[in-house]
Structure formats: C-alpha cells, structure tokens
Write a protein that binds this ligand. Structure first.
Ligand code: SF4
Ligand code: SF4
Length: 446
C-alpha cells in the first residue's frame, strides 16, 4: 500500500473559503433520541418506498417499515423502536415534499437486524448484493443512488478501479472527515467488500491534501491489504469530490458526455457509504442513521452528530446548544450544492450530510444583473460547459437548445455562480432546466 499525489488535475473549479475548522475537530457525538422522528419515504433516487405499517403500529428499531417500490428505489427501516404516530407529507432536505412515517420512540433498545453474513470473503456476490439492497444502503455523498444497483454493472462494463471518495470538498462539512478518523477500520472492510463484489483489480482512497490526519488514518487502516491499493492525495480544489472530476484526478480517464463512471471502468463510493456497506454485511444493520455536520457561525456549538434518519433540524440545533441569534440563511447540505430551507421543521435522511446556519454577516446579498459576457463561468465550469449560454437558453424557456449544448452534463456544482460578477443565479437556472428536460423525457416515454 502506498500514498501518491494525484497524477492529474481537472480543468476549471474554484477555491472557496473552506471554514472546516468550525467542526473538523469535533468528535462524532450520538444525538439523544428525539421525541419524534419524521422518516421520509424518499431518501434515495427513484421511486419512494411503499409503507408497510399503519398508524398505531408498534415497530422495533431496524424493522422494515416501507418496501422498495420499483427497480430504482430502496427500502426504509425504523430508526428507533416506538409507535407509528402518523403517515403524512413532509418537506425534505432537497426542498421537495414526500410522504413520511412519523415514529414516537419508546426508548426500547431491541433491534430487528438482518441475518449477518458470517464471512463476507467467502460469500456469494449475489448474497452480498442482496444484503446491501435489503439494508437500504444508498450513496451517502448526495445523490442517494441505490448502492446495490451501482455495484451491479452490466457484464460488458467491467470495473477495474474502485475509488473510495474521501474528498469532502464542500466548504464547512466535516462528517466524512470525522468518519475517516473514527471509523477507518470499518471503512476499510466496506471498501474490501465493494472491491470483491465488483472484482476490481485496483482500489484508490482519494482524499484532499487539506485533511492530513484523515490521510494518515486511512494509510494506517489499509496497511497489509492485498492487491493494488493506494491512497491518492488530491489537490484541494472544489469540486474534487464530484465523481467525474475525481475519476480524472485519480486515473486520468475522462467519462464521456452523457456517460457513467462504469464506461471508463470505475466505480466511486463515498467513505460513509463504505461504512454502511460494512454495517449491513458484518452487523446486519440497515441504514437508519448517519453523521451530520451541524455548523456555521449561527449555531452555538458546531458539531458532528450521529443522528437517526427522520431527526428534525430543530432537534439537531437544540443538541448543539441552540442558535446564536436568528440565522439569516439555513442550508440543507453545504453552501455550494445545498438547498436553502425556510424552516427547521425538516427531517434528515440517508443523504443529509450537513446543516449550515449562517448569520447575516456571512451572507452577501446582491441583485442579479444581465450577463456581461466576461467568460469567467466558462473558465470555472469543471464540466467544460458554457454556463452563460445555458442559463440564457433556460431563461428564454428554450430547453431544446439547452439540451443540445449538454445541459444534462451539469453537475450543479455552483462554480459558475461563485465566479459570476453579475451574480446570476446559475444553479437555480440549471436545476430548473434539468427538471424541465426530465419532465419532457418522462412525458415522451408515456
Ligand atoms: S453548475 Fe453546472 S454549469 Fe455551473 S459550473 Fe457547475 S457544472 Fe458548470
Ligand atoms: S460569469 Fe456571469 S457575467 Fe460572466 S459570462 Fe458568465 S454569466 Fe455572464
């Protein structure tokens, strides 16, 4: 096992203020069980899970409460034992609404776990995938793509390289950083299971050079591992954690336009997802909790909290000693790719890595102006797009033209908006345009 600097550098990107020192030194703390959990049925990409319980039922921690509903979907399990108090609509961290199962925890410690896989090294690949699927494991780095599907590429797309993503390039967020420091051994086992399922020859652990302690922890944890394994130290640059940029930085391979990592023989898995794979296989524990960074200058005690899915943001803030005055902005996730929320009455889910609370002093308010054709957004876009042209097409509702100039390749990283001197709301335009394209495609299918 060796450590090497990243051999390649992706084009574009930015260097924002990272502000990670607010909670990078805060050890993971388990949140006291909240009085009420609002467990969303859509904590993943694809169709929402289908409820299996009724109001008034008593459930155990880990019990399956909603089943996978279609190929791209994932089951949902109870994060705590207690009573089902309601099934109702909730606002999600991504700013949408979905149905949720409301559980009032009763303090019971009894878990309903999946049967453990005794020895994953000799286990059949199908059994490992079935266990990961049954545990509801999804990508925890943001998108929530069901992991069992990601680890089942078609036979004509062999995977030779697994990249374990420990970049955590979003400013402020430190949950993956703390996971690497505190659960390095477990992450190693998860990564080995992933490598075994895919039959991949190489494993790379990709970490930015602003986390030397995490690099050291992972170097130590992976000592003695067989095969072509290395820690790749990435230059600190946003969006280094984005899949396509990371694949290029680590391997020099370019994912084609409209393509997927498997098209260039790679699978990228987040370090927290690797932990969830370990927990599902070795302990039979479904994915019902995760570490969340609650940070920003408007919270008393920035913290990394291990919280059950369905915890309301208000309970996270209370566990951090409350607010420092009224926050001017609350963001679900990080400042670059997160979603602004208007209430703390929003529950966490499997993909919620952070809650950012900022005071007025940290917020710049501008009026958006017309594009001055300076070209800065083109230089900053890591996907090689023309954000100025794209946003103008979308504003004019010319979705066909936007699609032709590769709108769907936009990874919503926000680099274009960050550098724009006219303060144009580029990410808003891109998200709106992409939603219109998806609606058009789905209508055409029907
Ligand atoms: S948000 Fe989209 S268009 Fe803007 S820089 Fe990122 S990838 Fe490029
Ligand atoms: S950075 Fe802003 S002003 Fe400059 S070209 Fe892009 S959209 Fe126009």
């Amino acid at each position: 096992m060796q450590t090497t600097p990243s051999p390649f550098t992706f084009s574009g990107g930015i260097h924002p203020s990272y502000n990670k020192e607010l909670c990078s030194g805060a050890p993971i703390r388990e949140l006291p069980m909240p009085a009420r959990l609002v467990v969303p049925l859509s904590q993943h990409l694809g169709a929402p899970a289908k409820p299996l319980v009724n109001v008034g039922d008593t459930v155990k921690a880990g019990q399956l409460i909603a089943e996978q509903n279609g190929f791209i979907s994932a089951p949902v399990h109870a994060p705590a034992g207690g009573k089902v108090a309601a099934i109702e609509e909730t606002l999600t961290a991504a700013g949408r609404t979905c149905a949720a199962i409301v559980i009032e925890p009763d303090g019971s410690q009894e878990w309903e776990l999946l049967p453990r896989i005794a020895d994953w090294r000799t286990a059949d690949k199908k059994d490992l995938l079935a266990q990961i699927g049954a545990a509801g494991v999804v990508g925890m780095g943001g998108a929530g793509f069901p992991t069992r599907i990601k680890l089942s590429p078609p036979a004509d797309k062999p995977i030779d390289t697994v990249i374990l993503n420990g970049a955590e390039c979003e400013p402020y967020l430190t949950s993956d950083h703390r996971m690497m420091l505190e659960f390095a051994r477990e992450i190693r086992v998860g990564a080995e299971i992933i490598r075994q399922i895919l039959g991949a020859k190489s494993l790379r652990i990709a970490i930015e050079d602003n986390k030397p302690d995490a690099i050291a922890a992972m170097e130590q944890a992976f000592q003695g591992i067989d095969g072509d394994v290395a820690v790749t130290v990435l230059r600190t640059s946003y969006p280094q954690g984005s899949e396509k940029q990371q694949i290029y930085s680590v391997t020099g391979r370019e994912v084609p336009r409209g393509g997927l990592p498997m098209d260039v023989g790679c699978v990228v898995e987040n370090v927290s997802t690797a932990y969830a794979v370990y927990d599902a296989v070795a302990n039979g524990r479904p994915l019902v909790r995760r570490v969340i960074s609650v940070t920003g200058d408007a919270v008393q005690q920035p913290s990394n909290l291990l919280a059950p899915a369905g915890t309301l943001y208000s309970d996270l803030v209370a566990a951090c000693g409350g607010l420092r005055g009224k926050p001017a902005k609350v963001i679900s996730g990080g400042p670059m790719m997160g979603f602004t929320v208007s209430t703390l009455n929003v529950p966490t889910g499997k993909t919620a890595s952070g809650l950012l609370l900022l005071s007025a002093g940290k917020i710049s308010s501008y009026t958006s102006q017309a594009c001055i054709s300076c070209g800065r957004c083109v230089d900053a876009c890591p996907m090689g797009l023309n954000p100025s042209e794209l946003s103008q097409c979308i504003e004019a509702d010319d979705i066909e033209s936007a699609e032709q100039i590769a709108l769907m390749d936009c990874v919503e990283c926000g680099c274009c908006a960050y550098v724009c001197p006219a303060h144009r709301p580029m990410v808003h335009h891109m998200r709106r345009g992409k939603a219109l394209v998806m609606a058009k495609r789905s209508a055409a299918k029907k």
